[in-house]
Design a protein around this ligand. Structure first.
Ligand code: COA
Length: 347
């Protein structure tokens, strides 16, 4: 092979450029590491300051209570009483402000996340990443909903094999387990998901696990079609829920400020109510189907040939699911209605 001096000069120039870039890259990385250390120090100092403030505010609240008890109202002059009430209101507002701050600070995981993931930091440090994570969670649910819909349709109408049913139930166990982990991460990142919705997924994991172990037999076949049709319906409702939840998420994001429902979010409020009134009949129908499942299982449990423990376990899980879902949904709607009323009064 012939030696090409022009090619070699170009290689040398290229190498010098790369060297220079490498130097710059190292400087940038050094400054990045330095900034990370600064961020870690700032995080520690913020967390420490919040903990100190919380402790002092707690002590102050106790002292104010003592002042009020030791000096009943007639002895305190009206200005003092007003001042105490004002301080107490401000202390309550501080608690919310601390929670907002903590949503952007690393914190210790709860017991469940520590058991599943170990003590790794799951706090996302900016709003975009939090939004992206929540968005990804909703999309994950959507994809799995479609898969579960197709799977349950196949088991219900096309193939009737116990092994295929077991695979379907195994997928359900995995899906619900994954949801509990993702939801714990979301809560760590300031999401206001009610405890019941997470607990609901623990119960669903348990129930799918029980279905997985239910042996083939007359009783299994008696309940199978009702169970699979119910799964089909739940996937359909989950699809409607996705449309509503992701709609809320995008609209709230567009408004820029979450958890702050003032007059500027009137449009969002009316969209939300339209979405909810459309969704609620489907949700309540699903809840009463869960109750119906538990009644069916209870009747099966009373049959003399019923030997399987799975019948009573599934029956109990459906009762728990019905009660939790129904009453929590009622509570959510009532809470939203009251918030709406308060806002109308302010306006
Ligand atoms: N699963 C997971 N997260 C939920 C949730 C659910 N079922 N319901 C609400 N959330 C989340 C919201 O996304 C929101 O999260 P964010 O703080 O990160 O934005 C937070 O909890 C607060 O939501 P909230 O304002 O209380 O309710 P909503 O308007 O988002 O939804 C319902 C209200 C009633 C539509 C919703 O709770 C729901 O679909 N419930 C029924 C679920 C059910 O019964 N499933 C079984 C069907 S058979």
């Amino acid at each position: 092979m012939l030696f090409n001096p022009t090619g070699f000069t170009e290689c040398l120039r290229e190498w010098e450029d790369l060297e220079k870039n490498h130097q710059q890259m190292q400087d940038t990385h050094r400054s990045y590491k330095q900034k990370l250390e600064e961020v870690a120090k700032l995080q520690d100092s913020c967390s420490g300051a919040i903990a100190r403030q919380r402790k002092k505010l707690k002590e102050l609240t106790a002292s104010l209570e003592e002042c009020k008890e030791n000096h009943p109202t007639p002895k305190l002059n009206p200005e003092d009483v007003d001042a105490i009430a004002e301080i107490e209101d401000s202390i309550k507002e501080r608690a919310d402000a601390f929670s907002e701050m903590e949503a952007f600070l690393p914190k210790k995981n709860g017991l469940y996340l520590t058991l599943v993931l170990g003590n790794v930091n799951v706090t996302l440090l900016n709003k975009q990443s939090k939004f992206a994570y929540k968005d990804e969670y909703e999309k994950f649910k959507l994809v799995l909903t479609v898969i579960l819909f197709v799977f349950s349709f196949t088991c219900r109408f096309l193939f009737s094999y116990r092994a295929l049913d077991a695979l379907f139930n195994f997928l359900l166990v995995w899906y619900y387990c994954t949801l509990t982990i993702r939801e714990s991460v979301l809560i760590s990142n300031g999401s206001r998901i009610k405890g019941w919705w997470v607990f609901h997924h623990y119960v669903s994991t348990f129930q799918s696990g029980v279905m997985l172990t239910w042996p083939e037999g007359a009783l299994y076949q008696m309940f199978r079609n009702q169970f699979l049709t119910n799964c089909l319906y739940q996937s359909f409702v989950q699809f409607l829920q996705y449309y509503y939840q992701s709609g809320c998420l995008y609209r709230l994001r567009a408004l820029g400020e979450k958890h702050n429902m003032d007059v500027t979010v009137e449009g969002f409020q009316s969209w939300m109510w339209r979405g909810l009134t459309f969704l609620l009949p489907f949700l309540f129908f699903g809840h009463f189907w869960q109750l119906y499942n538990s009644i069916t299982l209870f009747r099966m449990f009373q049959l003399p040939e019923c030997k399987e423990w799975q019948v009573v376990m599934c029956c109990c899980s459906y009762v728990v699911l019905f009660m939790g879902n129904f009453f929590t949904t009622l509570g959510v709607v009532y809470q939203k209605y009251m918030n709406n009323q308060d806002k109308s009064k302010i306006l």
